[in-house]
Design a protein around this ligand. Structure first.
Ligand code: SF4
Length: 522
């Protein structure tokens, strides 16, 4: 973990005052408040990925139901919760910077309590408390309900007594086998507790959306059983476990009733969904069921594991209009020898065949992937294999990560580490290849018409609106700027419009709205 000298980052509290509390009743139950004093104001900072965001939304739901008021302003909060990320070194750095910045609100500000939650707690539990004395409580990824005790809404003893006993969920045979091989061991981490997270929210758990009203993530599974040697997520998040099918459907139905039109299914690996309760083709069946929810317009899933993409899943995508023809398949590398050292398997030839099949079955597929550059021992030749593969595969979207050492990951012990400078050189080179591919692909879209979900005013300029097509997943892909619409129209965020692409940049598009799609009105 970084020292206290880390520079403060400018982190704004995420707007956490959405209009709906997603409980089965209309208003939050207030029975957990422990005193008659004014309820505390609680502010959340959520860092990291959408999976972490859902955890923040669940904690926000829990504290709100217990009587707390949520505030999007750190200066107004009595209690500040920082939900951290610990995926790679830069994420850990950002988490520490944010904790220190929020600690400033205790030292001379209004805040009385500072709570740290999330993956950094699973990794550095004792160290956070020791090195940052302003931190009053920590909440791991498997202990979300402890946010009530941590924020002072429920006395710790009372909370422990009321909590149901620890439930051990079933696991996939792969998970049990990997556990026996020590995949989930935290022995090399001083200060982390031995118990692996096992928590998974369900449709009865209160949750407050921090996303715009028209879109929501649904976490359908948690944890991961894969052996990737660069990754500590299995130790941070525990064994793979799926939510019950009916629970996901019930949550999706309720979200749709509250105005959500786009749902993005997430999990460390969504393509394993249901395997832990012997459900074959679980993700395909779930998508088919969700596509029958009348008010939903777009459904997509992220983070597919390459060898889990079946014909059945692809056919499900191609046969259901509401399921976006969009796949995010993190391939991590394309050289067979690097992939072997990553313990992932596959290689350029296998992947190209698989991509060919995806595009055959889903002809209008938008394909996203991500790669790790500079894995220990990556030779110039192996890197060139990756570059050639990227040229040939022609991805629509691509992300790159610079390899960073993680204590507890098997790759930590590998030799032949590359210098950060060389890793960055290779990362930039790979992105320059993709930039040309993206530019060409975006140019080919000029003149074509698409459905557009309008997000609102653009961050880039007050004069522009921005939105997304089905080719754009929330928050990660490029943008569609809107600079023209019919004179009599007042475009509304959260509504669907028919648009025509008029300009293309390297990653972003410019469009004009043609007409509004009234069928999708919220
Ligand atoms: S599949 Fe993803 S989350 Fe799981 S171990 Fe591999 S990289 Fe980590």
């Amino acid at each position: 973990m970084e020292s206290r000298k880390a520079r403060f980052g400018m982190v704004k509290l995420k707007d956490c005052m959405p209009s709906k509390v997603l409980t089965s009743g209309a208003s939050p139950e207030k029975s957990h408040a422990t005193s008659e004093a004014a309820p505390p104001k609680v502010g959340f900072v959520s860092l990291g990925c959408p999976k972490n965001l859902v955890d923040s939304e669940v904690m926000m739901g829990l504290v709100s139901r217990a009587g707390a008021e949520l505030t999007p302003r750190a200066e107004d909060a009595d209690v500040i919760v920082v939900n951290t990320c610990s995926f790679i070194e830069t994420a850990q750095q950002e988490s520490v910077n944010t904790i220190l910045e929020m600690a400033g609100h205790k030292n001379g500000g209004k805040a009385r309590k500072l709570v740290v939650a999330g993956c950094l707690v699973e990794r550095f539990r004792d160290q956070i408390r020791k090195d940052i004395p302003e931190v009053d409580a920590v909440v791991g990824t498997g202990e979300l309900e402890n946010i009530l005790a941590a924020t002072g809404l429920t006395p710790a003893a009372e909370h422990a007594a009321r909590n149901s006993p620890f439930v051990v969920l079933p696991s996939r045979p792969e998970g049990a086998a990997r556990a026996a091989q020590g995949r989930f061991s935290r022995d090399s981490w001083t200060g982390a507790i031995a118990d692996l997270p096992n928590y998974l929210y369900d449709d009865a758990t209160p949750r407050i959306l921090a996303t715009p009203r028209h879109m929501a993530y649904i976490k359908i599974a948690e944890g991961c059983d894969h052996p990737c040697t660069f990754c500590i997520i299995p130790q941070l998040r525990g064994q793979f476990r799926s939510r019950r099918f009916e629970s996901v459907v019930a949550e999706a139905e309720r979200l749709a009733q509250s105005g959500v039109r786009e749902i993005t299914l997430i999990g460390q690996d969504t393509t394993c969904y249901g395997e832990d309760f012997d459900l074959r083709h679980g993700l395909a069946l779930l998508l088919e069921k969700l596509a029958r929810i009348e008010d939903l317009r777009w459904i997509r899933f992220l983070y597919a594991y390459p060898n889990k993409i079946t014909s059945r899943l692809l056919e499900t995508i191609s046969q259901n209009e509401k399921i976006c023809s969009y796949m995010d398949v993190p391939l991590q590398h394309a050289s067979a020898s690097v992939l072997k050292r990553m313990k992932r398997g596959g290689g350029a030839d296998v992947f190209l065949r698989s991509i060919g099949k995806m595009r055959r079955i889903v002809p209008d597929l938008t394909l996203r992937t991500s790669f790790i550059v500079g894995f220990p021992g990556e030779t110039e030749k192996e890197f060139e294999e990756l570059c050639d593969f990227v040229r040939e595969a022609q991805f629509d979207w691509m992300g790159t990560f610079a390899y960073s050492d993680q204590e507890g990951a098997a790759a930590f012990a590998l030799d032949k580490k590359l210098s950060p400078r060389e890793i960055e050189r290779r990362r930039k080179h790979l992105m320059s290849i993709q930039r040309q591919i993206s530019k060409k692909k975006k140019k080919a879209l000029v003149g074509r018409e698409f459905d557009l979900l309008l997000e609102g005013e653009s961050d880039e300029s007050d004069l522009l609106l921005e939105g997304r097509t089905a080719m754009h997943a929330p928050e990660i892909d490029g943008k569609v700027f809107v600079n023209d619409f019919p004179q009599e129209m007042t475009p509304q965020p959260g509504q669907f419009y028919r648009c025509q692409i008029t300009e293309a940049h390297d990653y972003d598009l410019v469009a004009r709205i043609l007409w509004r799609d009234f069928d999708s009105a919220i």
